[in-house]
Design a protein around this ligand. Structure first.
Ligand SMILES: C[S@@+](CC[C@H](N)C(=O)[O-])C[C@H]1O[C@@H](n2cnc3c(N)ncnc32)[C@H](O)[C@@H]1O
Length: 222
């Protein structure tokens, strides 16, 4: 079956880490906001959905060096990079579509960064329900992801900002084109819909801890 997201990330894996800081505005504060939300957990069982080459995984491992971490990703090539990076660590890897995979464990912390916006809105709702079921009581789901503007005007504002940011970066023009093409695969939901889905599912203490144009960190607990 053709999977454009899988193909795009298999191809992207070689230079993915090299240009990431330029591709994502304020990446350090953005990702670290997600990590800070995990500080109250002691030795948590952690699941990283769409872990890719393990950029967020590395940060969460630094925060919880004793924890078991499971990385899930569709892309063999992205996970291969993660495995190289963490070759001395006892992490678990699942090469699968997280929407279809039958997870057997329960987790204290489920994180995801810049992955879930590749799903349709219906699939996102399905996944958010599935994640809720996979959380232990008082567990947390933290998603650093992208949203769509709530009106055509705000979506255009986000798009202009995406392009303004990319244009300014000192990265090869062909890499910028790869990023622009990959953006065509994005299907972000609005923040308003996302908050409503979380509420319907039953997440508690839901909040937006970071927002910069379309980039958000949203977290909810069980
Ligand atoms: C932009 S990368 C982000 C990787 C990493 N989380 C980071 O912050 O650098 C998105 C990743 O999500 C993965 N992905 C997208 N849809 C997926 C799905 N349905 N199941 C598993 N992985 C998925 C892609 O293969 C890709 O590695």
């Amino acid at each position: 079956m053709e999977n454009k997201v899988l193909d795009a990330f298999n191809k992207a894996s070689t230079d993915y880490d090299k240009y990431r800081k330029q591709a994502i505005p304020n990446m350090e504060i953005y990702y670290n906001t997600a990590i800070k939300l995990t500080q109250k957990y002691e030795n948590p069982e952690i699941l990283d959905l769409g872990a890719g080459t393990g950029i967020l995984t590395q940060l969460i491992h630094n925060q919880h060096p004793q924890s078991n971490i499971t990385l899930v990703d569709l892309s063999t090539e992205m996970l291969k990079k993660a495995k190289e990076k963490f070759k001395n660590k006892n992490f678990k890897y699942i090469e699968a579509d997280y929407l279809k995979h039958d997870f057997k464990n329960k987790y204290d912390i489920i994180v995801s960064s810049l992955s879930i916006h590749h799903l349709t809105d219906k699939e996102k709702q399905e996944l958010y329900k599935k994640i809720y079921e996979m959380l232990k009581p008082n567990g947390i789901f933290i998603n650093a992801d992208q949203v769509r503007g709530s009106t055509e005007y705000t979506e255009q504002t986000y798009k202009k900002q995406d392009e303004t940011h990319l244009k300014k970066q000192d990265i090869p023009e062909e890499e910028k084109e790869i990023l622009r093409n990959r953006r065509k695969l994005d299907k972000p939901a609005t923040l308003k819909d996302t908050l409503q889905w979380y509420e319907e599912i039953g997440y508690k203490n839901v909040d937006i801890y970071y927002k910069y144009y379309r980039y958000i960190v949203i977290a909810g607990e069980k």
